[in-house]
Design a protein around this ligand. Structure first.
Ligand SMILES: [Zn+2]
Length: 351
């Protein structure tokens, strides 16, 4: 969730592309289209410790993104239409599909009015465990625990960690090191360690899901909107690649069945939780295809090329990052040039 090395490389690319204007020439990098990734859309509340800020943008910035898409000549299309265009060779004007992960309340309250103003179709990926409050938004629990604690002490798998967390800077450093240390290990250990900290800090995980996520009534309300496609985001939001295949199959198939029952419509588009290479790889891509999903998206950065028609369950996305709420960033990103640089000219990254 923090700016990764990859994101920093992309950020460094911005300055170079903007300075040289080379991105204007690099239309070859843009490909056929793009899938944008959003999380929270809500007014910004100023705070000095906000490690998950990259996962939220303001409604005004969503408006700017949609305006920029239109002025750069993008058609804003449903995921069904994006898949159709890729299968048809990806010719024609560039297209953009908008996707929102996790099923947040603020998507209904703050994003939907903006999407309506632009008549922009979108997909909302639902984790059923967030809707019924049985799954944990562990990255928010970790943030809330560190916000309340002045000092972090943790014994993870025999490794004793002790960090000051009194000031905003100390909290940010503690979040960063704990986040990456825990995320790189087994998921059960990570969840147990965060549960320990949350308990010590008096943070209630269930209350976080209740506060942030739509329940089934709210999901039915947003699903009833003609602009909305409901997609699948698993039962418990796990890093799938860290689990055995039967677990993964259950997460994909059962969440889809629950969503279809609750919403009353087929749900054929999938987003892998977390979605980087440690969370979703070739096994997950094959399983999603086997289970009949029409598309599945990762969080690997990139544009869409005609060849992605052969990799519809391993699609890249462009993350609209709350740390970079600037029209110029969006203009440069939409050229695809930073991704061409980062991916060293490889158009598909599906390994
Ligand atoms: Zn998610």
């Amino acid at each position: 969730m923090r700016a990764s090395v990859k994101e920093k490389a992309i950020a460094a690319g911005f300055a170079m592309f903007r300075a040289t204007g080379v991105h204007k020439l690099a239309k070859f990098a843009r490909g056929s289209g793009v899938i944008l990734m959003f999380h929270h859309v809500r007014p910004w509340v100023e705070r000095d410790f906000a490690p998950n800020r990259l996962l939220e943008i303001t409604p005004e910035f969503l408006d700017t993104v949609l305006e920029t898409l239109r002025s750069e000549g993008f058609d804003i299309v449903t995921l069904d239409e994006a898949v159709r265009r890729l299968a048809g060779g990806g010719e024609g004007p560039p297209f953009a599909a908008l996707t929102f992960d996790d099923g947040y309340r603020d998507n209904l309250e703050h994003a939907l009015p903006v999407l309506h103003r632009h008549e922009a179709p979108f997909t909302l990926y639902v984790a059923t465990g967030f809707a019924d409050r049985s799954a944990r938004l562990w990255w928010v629990e970790l943030e809330e625990a560190i916000r309340r604690l002045d000092r972090i002490e943790l014994d993870v798998d025999g490794l004793k960690l002790a960090m000051p967390a009194a000031t905003g800077d100390e909290k940010a450093a503690a979040y960063r090191s704990l986040y990456w240390a825990l995320r790189s290990g087994p998921e059960g250990d990570m969840l147990a360690a965060i549960a320990t900290l949350a308990k010590r800090a008096g943070v209630d995980g269930g209350a976080i899901a209740e506060e942030l996520c739509l329940d089934w009534d709210g999901l039915r309300e947003i699903a009833a909107d003609p602009l909305c496609t409901i997609g699948v985001h698993t039962l418990t939001h796990p890093m799938l690649a860290k689990h055995d295949v039967e677990f993964v199959r259950r997460e994909l198939a059962q969440s889809r069945a629950i969503i279809e029952r609750e919403i009353g419509r087929p749900a054929v588009h999938l987003a892998y939780p977390v979605g980087d290479a440690t969370s979703a790889g070739p096994r997950e891509f094959a399983l999603a295809e086997e289970l009949g999903f029409k598309s599945a998206v990762t969080t690997r950065p990139g544009m869409l090329f005609a060849d992605h028609a052969n990799h519809l369950t391993a699609l890249p996305r462009l993350s609209i990052n709350g740390n970079w709420q600037d029209r110029t960033f969006i203009e440069v990103l939409l050229t695809g040039a930073p991704f061409a640089l980062w991916n060293r000219g490889r158009r598909t990254n599906v390994g």
